[in-house]
Design a binder for this molecule. Structure first.
Ligand code: ASP
Length: 347
């Protein structure tokens, strides 16, 4: 504490001296320049809307436009918060809520169906400065599971809550509760029917209908990272199956000293290869860049064993990477310039 106070004092004295030398104007007006300095620090938001067999040949122009618009809308929601000095945690939650409300993505409205024809949702969120985290799994009536994950983090002594307990907690916290039928969409229902009639209906990756999880990583003006992920899981999953998205260190991780990560793909692999924390560890202990670390895990370790998917990873300087070993991954980013960038295929 003492050391920090001395450092702050030294910084203030330095600023005063510089200003005194460079200007004959009164010093008192110019010394406390912290808000201006903060305004010039980098902000960054990176998102994904799922990885899988996403090929241009399978997509109409109209469909592509809808995905691009959906991703852009989410980027704008998060960017507005970061640009006005809001926290990365707020930006991640707001961004993911937009994607959860969009039926195109496999999270919230638009979640895929279990084998029994239900929607069971998973989500998690983590703050890089404090390593606080929260997650929910197997919830069926919470409109925005990412907000429930945040409530677990901030308003309970726990990190992870599942099923009915998580739902009761979210209800008590005043989150929006919906009838399970809210999550029904014709497109996902058809996907399940296809899966059920395929001779080897299994959890093997078979394209866009399987994946589509959403995630966001953000850096705010205070230099703090946050990460969040939300999903309906995988089409035709068994009742009670939980994927990587709500598991801290697998589908989501954030730590200011290394990076923030959100994953999408075949969850069973992402859990066993502890993907998000492995990437952070490579940054932290081996000094790799986020690009090198994320590539190493996605395009080497996971690829070698057939674990399909990708991640978004962001460090506290604003460097980011979006590697995937599938055909495509819905993704986008937006920085201080406010220009939303969206990509879908390998381009
Ligand atoms: N990772 C998610 C899961 O296994 C699926 C996805 O990314 O689309 O539940």
């Amino acid at each position: 504490m003492m050391k920090r106070a001395l450092l702050l004092l030294a910084a203030a004295v330095t600023a005063t001296t510089v200003l005194a030398q460079s200007s004959s104007a009164t010093i008192t007006m110019q010394v406390p320049n912290a808000p201006a300095a903060k305004a010039t620090r980098p902000i960054m938001l990176v998102i994904h809307g799922g990885a899988g067999t996403i090929l241009k040949a399978n997509m109409t122009d109209e469909q592509e436009k809808q995905y691009r618009d959906g991703l852009t809308q989410a980027l704008r929601a998060g960017h507005a918060i970061l640009a006005r000095g809001g926290t990365s945690l707020d930006a991640v939650e707001a961004t993911i809520r937009v994607l959860e409300d969009n039926p195109l993505f496999n999270a919230g409205k638009g979640a895929v169906f279990t084998h029994e024809g239900r929607n069971e949702l998973d989500a998690s969120i983590m703050e890089g400065k404090t390593r606080k985290a929260g997650s929910v799994a197997g919830v069926t009536i919470i409109r925005n599971p990412i907000s429930a994950a945040r409530a677990v983090m901030e308003k309970s002594p726990h990190v992870m809550m599942v099923g009915r307990g998580a739902e009761l907690f979210a209800t008590k916290m005043g989150l929006e509760i919906v009838d399970p039928s809210y999550f029904w969409t014709e497109r996902r229902w058809k996907s399940l029917q296809q899966e059920l009639t395929t001779p080897q209906a299994s959890l093997e990756p078979a394209g866009d209908k399987k994946f589509g999880t959403v995630g966001a990583v953000a850096l705010d003006r205070d230099g703090n990272l946050a990460a969040g992920t939300s999903t309906g899981g995988m089409t035709n999953k068994q009742f009670g199956r939980v994927g990587d998205a709500p598991i801290i260190g697998a589908g989501t991780f954030a730590e200011n000293e290394s990076c923030a990560v959100s994953a999408t793909g075949h969850g069973e692999f992402f859990i066993r290869w502890t993907v998000a924390s492995d990437i952070a560890a490579l940054v932290k202990y081996r000094g790799l860049s986020v690009q090198q670390a994320a590539d190493e895990v996605i395009n080497r370790k996971l690829k070698d064993v057939g674990g399909e998917g990708g991640v978004i990873a962001l460090d506290a300087k604003g460097n980011f990477a979006t590697p995937f070993n599938s055909e495509g991954m819905y993704r986008g980013w937006i920085g201080a310039d406010g220009v939303a960038q969206v990509r879908i295929y390998k381009d």
